[in-house]
Design a protein around this ligand. Sequence first.
Ligand SMILES: Nc1nc2c(c(=O)[nH]1)N[C@H]1C(S)=C(S)[C@@H](COP(=O)(O)O)O[C@H]1N2
Ligand SMILES: [Mo]
Length: 317
Amino acid sequence: MLIKRTRGWELPESQVTSESAYLNRRALVKAMGLGAIAASIPGFARADDDPSAKLYPAKPNATYGAPSPVTPEKLSTTYNNFYEFDDGKNLWKMAQKMPLRPWTIKVSGMVDKPFEIDIDSLLAKMPMEERVYRHRCVETWSMVVPWSGFAMKSLVDLCKPTSNAKYMVMTTLSNPAVFPGQKDDTYPWPYVEGLAMDEATNDLCFVATGLYGKPMPRQNGAPIRLVAPWKYGFKNVKSIASIEFTDKRPVSFWEKLNADEYGFWANVNPQVPHPRWSQATEKPLGSSDRVPTQLYNGYAEFVAGLYEGRKAEKLFR
Ligand SMILES: Nc1nc2c(c(=O)[nH]1)N[C@H]1C(S)=C(S)[C@@H](COP(=O)(O)O)O[C@H]1N2
Ligand SMILES: [Mo]
């Protein structure tokens, strides 16, 4: 039987229209009784047990482009970097035990008033949308995926940082019972990443809580992760449990491990090699051919201005 493919990221930009197409498809799948079958396929687990499932799919926003081809879901959800589980890529099964509720995000530091918010209250306040972005790992693989979530600017506004705040620091949950990798103390746990305030409030900067029109799979950083698509993938901290605003530049997880190879800015630039390999090209997941890497991962028109006054810094590593 032929099911019409009507998901937003599978259509040319001109045809991205309504979320009703998604909903119809979901209803159809349900009516056909395919839910149980879908749940048994890796990477296609239905998220109907997730209290946020009804928020997805969110309305497509193609303001920042409609890159293609979109990476098949079964690749981007079964080939992951998530060192809290494993230092290999095949960790998605291991991640399925991670509890996602209750999930609280603690906001502290240079803010009007520190607070904690549970993920579902946060989701209810945020303007949900879907954006298809490129993702470029520093290891030279890449993907194109439809994230659901909201502009980081909306989260920053909710946090109300004071005018003294210069950086936004995001930290993954610390819990070796949930994350077996955190028992390995050769790594500087927890995973920490940061952005300058003008980066965090740039229109392109996104907070993802869903993927492919469904709640975020655990292996991809559920329930909430950063997506800064003009930077190398390691900046995109997963499973965020705390946010701090500060006037001191944080030293991130990879920078602590090897500051020469992984810096704070980490903007994608094909002309600046990693000390151990070239960054000129990349291998899209599922493709056998390499393609040229683009400056700021193809997002220069949105973000190059952020770095005009920062030319003296090591911006591309
Ligand atoms: N907490 C945490 N966040 C993380 C990582 C990690 O190991 N732990 N890996 C990073 C790296 S190197 C990449 S490329 C992306 C991978 O995201 P994906 O698995 O959804 O493709 O997550 C980033 N965020
Ligand atoms: Mo990465």
